[in-house]
Design a protein around this ligand. Sequence first.
Ligand SMILES: Nc1ncnc2c1ncn2[C@@H]1O[C@H](COP(=O)(O)OP(=O)(O)OP(=O)(O)O)[C@@H](O)[C@H]1O
Ligand SMILES: [Mg+2]
Length: 230
Amino acid sequence: MNIVRIQGVSKRYAQDGISVDALSEIDLTVDSGEFVALVGPSGSGKTTLLNLIGALDAPSAGRIWIEKQEIGRLSRAERSRLRLRRLGFIFQEYNLIPVLSALENVEYVMLLQGVGEGERRRRARDMLREVGLEGLEHRRPAQLSGGQQQRVAVARAIVSEPVIVLADEPTANLDSATGAALLDLMRRLNQRRGITFVFSTHDAMVIERARRVVRLKDGRIVEDHGARRP
Ligand SMILES: Nc1ncnc2c1ncn2[C@@H]1O[C@H](COP(=O)(O)OP(=O)(O)OP(=O)(O)O)[C@@H](O)[C@H]1O
Ligand SMILES: [Mg+2]
């Protein structure tokens, strides 16, 4: 089943009289359960594409569906709901809330979703154990290493059981061993829970482990290797 369908999508940024065609006529579908790397040189449009799939920004042309919903036809409230209920995000800078503990950071999304306190706590603890952070639940982000913070961010992204996780250079700030461990974790979640992952990367180790590699250049897809064929 298609979880993401992108049809004829272009994105032009126009600012101060300068316009940049960040994406041009992108067609792409991602099936449920895929593990997809977006690769390509700096400026090729990876972050732009992730932001569009994540309903964080709107295309200049073309259409995007998540599951059966066309993002462009949703109201602002429906888009927020889609992000909260169906999508998980992992950013390069982790975006953890500094004053909250690891546990509270993971609980936070469920708080927004209206999950009750007991269940919130239980699921956040289970998830932190799953990402190997048992015993560190009460530390704030500043008291954790980069790799540990990134694992909190992964736990937060998946605790609400999204259908797809979007990650922008998730290993960029990690040493290679920590990056490899993070990727193994993502892959395990992909295989065991069937969560679809789409992530951008420059990292050769990550590209090697991706099931499917979509290569962008100057805002166009120039290669799509390992895609499932019907
Ligand atoms: N808010 C913006 N306003 C204007 N131009 C932008 C904006 N964001 C991105 N761009 C331009 O759009 C193009 C694509 O940028 P994007 O950030 O998607 O690339 P990227 O592949 O993620 O690069 P990197 O590997 O460096 O993260 C670049 O030319 C960039 O300068
Ligand atoms: Mg980028």
